[in-house]
Design a protein. Structure first.
Length: 450
């Protein structure tokens, strides 16, 4: 898991371990000074515990937000699945309607063809009706000219013999039956004609109405599909937002875990500083007893104690971190951004030393993937004349200290290298006034070196 470096917590760490004599360079510390340091460290420990409780609550809140996010993702995914199912059903219905519309169009075409065929049949039927009408008119005209029904009687009674009578009777019956059949056929043909016309028109009208209904249904389904597509797009957008939020929450959770780790390192450093302060308090107390005893024995003032801590000489507060004083890249703007420190030209494996007494705040290796491409890096907190500083040593080949370790000025903390975003072997050295906080509090190391 990649570590996330937390600047605010780092600043607190520097302050927390700020004033032990192992870190501090000051003149003639007293027992009262050490007692004050111990009280300050105990207070810092209480503040650290409070920060740990706050981080624990923050972590719990974040985990709850993650659970809520996952629940909302699950609900949203279920809605997406439901919309997908509705879309599938709607698309299938649209396809079915299009098939029905196609079938209805075929029916309309068939009915249109049937109407054309019926027109020909109607023309034939109308011709037959017209011929029958003419025949019937001729028959009626003939009957009318010959005296109506009496002419049939005269034909029958005009027989010259019985067989002639029978023959004439049969002939008259045939003529009358033929006239009757013609009239019945004429009537039936007219009924058939009207029925065919009405039936075809009704069928066509029904099919056209059916097609209109299908088109309307298809239009509604297409509108529903568009609505579902819009809903799906909204849900997918919401899902993307939830996934992004989940990713940020997970990253924040990891950062909290890293902060807790840093606080644990900080607490260890505070305890280490407290132990050193208590040890040095005991040494000062013992020294005071010895000086008082020597004073009583000699009756003269004691000479300055060899245990007195002298301030560092030279023209700066920090010593050179590498044996090489060749600066390959100075502090200042470079390629549009601040180059926060000095680059010392060194070969791989050159010993790198702590520039002043202090406590190691943090070590990161290249595999941690943090600290903005610094590669293997060490950060050390220092308290000099009441001011807190943080030094950074980057692109190291190896690291020989660990978080919470107390280091002396000039102590080897690792070797130079070419790790991280580096174009060649060198040491990148930074000084920050306060906790390490990027560009905000970086100072030019050249002003602090001898």
């Amino acid at each position: 898991m990649k570590k996330v470096f937390t600047y605010v917590v780092m600043a607190s760490l520097v302050i927390a371990i700020g004033s032990t004599s192992q870190l501090q360079v000051s003149a003639n510390p007293s027992i009262n000074d050490k007692e004050k340091e111990i009280r300050d460290l105990e207070k810092e420990r209480e503040e650290l515990e409070q920060q740990e409780r706050e981080l624990e609550k923050d972590q719990q809140d974040t985990e709850e937000q993650i659970r809520e996010n996952e629940a909302e993702q699950e609900e949203t995914q279920a809605e997406i699945n439901n919309i997908d199912q509705q879309l599938t059903e709607t698309r299938n219905e649209i396809t079915a309607k299009e098939n029905e519309i196609e079938e209805t169009n075929l029916q309309i075409e068939e009915l249109t063809d049937r109407i054309e065929e019926l027109k020909d049949e109607i023309e034939d039927l109308e011709e037959r009706i017209e011929r029958r009408d003419k025949l019937l008119k001729d028959r009626l005209r003939s009957i009318q000219q010959n005296g109506g029904e009496m002419s049939y009687i005269e034909v029958i009674f005009g027989a010259t013999s019985f067989s002639d009578f029978i023959g004439r009777t049969l002939s008259v019956n045939k003529i009358m039956d033929s006239d009757k059949e013609i009239m019945e056929q004429q009537k039936q043909d007219k009924i058939t004609l009207e029925k065919s016309k009405a039936e075809v028109e009704a069928n066509k009208k029904e099919v056209v109405v059916k097609k209109d209904n299908l088109e309307s249904q298809k239009k509604e389904l297409v509108a529903l599909q568009q609505k579902l597509d819009d809903q799906l797009a909204q849900k997918e957008s919401l899902m993307a937002q939830l996934e992004e939020e989940h990713e940020h929450l997970e990253e924040y959770k990891v950062s909290i875990e890293d902060e807790k780790e840093i606080l644990a390192n900080q607490a260890a450093a505070v305890e280490k500083a407290k132990e050193l302060a208590q040890q040095q308090k005991s040494e000062l107390e013992q020294l005071a007893k010895e000086e008082e005893k020597a004073k009583q024995e000699s009756g003269s003032n004691p000479s300055p104690s060899s245990a007195s801590v002298q301030s560092g000489g030279g023209s700066g507060l920090f010593s050179w971190p590498a044996s090489s004083s060749l600066i390959s890249s100075p502090f200042g703007q470079r390629w549009g951004k601040l180059h926060r420190g000095l680059d010392f030209a060194t070969s791989v494996g050159t010993p790198i030393k702590s520039a002043a007494p202090g406590v190691v705040i943090q070590t990161n290796t290249e595999n941690d993937g943090s600290m903005n491409g610094y590669g293997n890096v060490v950060l050390i907190a220092h308290s000099i004349d009441g001011t807190t500083y943080t030094t950074l040593y980057a692109h190291l080949n190896s690291i020989s200290v660990s978080a919470g370790s107390a280091v002396s000025g000039g102590q080897v903390i690792g070797t130079s290298g070419n790790t991280g975003n580096s174009t060649g072997p060198h040491l990148h050295f930074e000084i920050h006034k306060g906790g390490w906080n990027g560009d905000k509090n970086a100072v030019n190391p050249i002003n602090y070196l001898p």
